[in-house]
Design a protein around this ligand. Structure first.
Ligand code: ZN
Length: 254
């Protein structure tokens, strides 16, 4: 689309739409995702552009560390610690948890837009994109509509290659790993904490028993998690005792 320039980065730079592939942050995006974002940029006629697309894990770490502090009451768990967002800062995912890092055969599948973000929010759906305002308070963040809202649910589901995306990845899809045998999972109940609780919460999210948001996968078995587990049990012919034992783990697929 010759002639159209888009805002690029967080200064006042503009780049011709056809020249974006000269920049790593754009060139390392999944081709189908790129196609959709480009269509949106064309429709926006130069008013929407790219802040960041692909970013390295090192950069993701730097961004995360700049915006978060270690805090015992923090809701984000990474590197063995709890983290809270610094006041006035925009959230960023910890390294290894962002679609900006190469997840789909090394290709990134998220973009932070600059320019008329409100326009992009209003029109994203038409281009097969979904924005993150409701999920993680990041209204500038867009990814393909088919993707799960959170990286954690993607990982918990065995990182399947997206099947509904046109222009499929060059490598054959990876088989989904077999779920961990139920016997490896401890019985969990109200008050428990840790990775097994987070795994169970991820499975409850995948089963649509809980909304997919970071606070719902904090590794803490609280009242909300218990209520979600009981809803899941009731709808799966299990005694709704709010305790995650072998049969519930099995029903969850974990
Ligand atoms: Zn983003």
């Amino acid at each position: 689309m010759p002639g159209i320039t888009v805002p690029y980065g967080y200064g006042n730079k503009r780049v011709d739409l056809d020249q974006l592939d000269n920049y790593e942050t754009w060139s390392k995006l999944h081709p189908e995702f790129k196609r959709r974002v480009k269509a949106m940029f064309v429709a926006a006629n130069g008013h929407v552009g790219v802040g960041t697309g692909w970013r390295s894990s090192d950069l993701q770490k730097a961004v995360f560390l700049q915006r978060h502090v270690v805090s015992s009451s923090g809701k984000i768990h990474w590197d063995g610690k709890s983290w809270a967002l610094k006041s006035g800062m925009a959230p960023a995912a910890p390294p290894g948890m962002s679609f900006h890092e190469g997840v789909n055969n090394g290709m990134a599948m998220a973009i932070d837009v600059v320019g008329d973000v409100a326009w992009a929010d209003d029109h994203a759906q038409q281009f097969g994109l979904v924005q993150f305002a409701a999920v993680n308070h990041e209204p500038w963040h867009f990814q393909c509509a088919e993707l799960p809202h959170g990286f954690s649910s993607w990982v918990k589901a065995g990182r399947p290659q997206p099947t509904n995306l046109a222009g499929s990845p060059s490598r054959a899809p990876q088989p989904t790993p077999a779920p961990t045998p139920s016997k490896a999972r401890p019985q969990l109940h109200l008050g428990d904490r840790g990775p097994d609780v987070a795994a169970m919460q991820g499975l409850l999210i995948r089963a649509s028993a809980m909304v997919d948001k970071p606070a719902n996968q904090d590794g803490i078995f609280g009242q909300g998690t218990q209520a979600a587990l009981q809803r899941f049990q009731s709808s799966h012919q299990l005694a709704p005792d709010g305790v995650c034992g072998p049969r519930t783990w099995q029903a969850l697929g974990g």
